[in-house]
Design a protein around this ligand. Sequence first.
Ligand code: PEP
Length: 260
Amino acid sequence: MRRERFIAGNWKMNKGVSESLEFLDKFSVLLEQGEDIPDAVSVAIFPQAVNIVPMADHIRSRGVNILLGIQNVHWKPSGAFTGENSIPCAIEAGAKLALVGHSERRHIFREDDLWVSSKYLACLEQGVEPLLCVGETEEERNRGLTEDVIERQVSAVFSHDPGIMAEQERILIAYEPVWAIGTGLNATPRDAGECCAFIRELLSGLGGPSLADRSLISYGGSVKSSNSEDYLEQEEIDGLLIGGASLDPDEFYRIVCDAF
Ligand code: PEP
């Protein structure tokens, strides 16, 4: 049986409140005119943190089946961490998910594996579902290190404490090769599928085959409506994490429909 589908838009540092609500209005009209999102498909948006409260209110009032997530969190629930986002506050605002280890956080903001695993653990402890992003740089790929990097990034989060895995209903991971993010370059659907299969094998080794089978592994990196179906056709790719193409409601809707 097919696993659930997971389609998420990462808006990065784009869209203010009015543009975000306009997007939701357009997106919900498209859903009303077409098909509603089936239960087996989760659709999520990661807007800027300041937009979560108005978007959550709007989603509630329009009855749209979209989850909201926060793009970055700190592991401490509160304190002197200027500019960071507290998980309990994000939950209160309406976030159900949190991105952890996105390549822009790892490479621009120098977050290392220890930070990523601290954030991941904090999400579980404080009650928001983490979406862990992993992936190699172009240089690492050219040196044949793709699997080594993925293994290191996955193990950094799960191998210290197998108890982390036992507590989870499912694990959400996005395989996002750094060289494909925002560049217009794509991993081929076959390569992306193989990396997702490799991640599932790692999860199986760390947490057992049943947890690995329930987990949802997505691909991200320059996905558009013109190639989304090619990725979703791959047996091992359960979903997509989309940056640029998720900013346009028509384009995002076309991609979401490929998952139905
Ligand atoms: C992302 O931000 O996670 C991403 C995949 O971006 P893009 O789709 O623009 O490559």
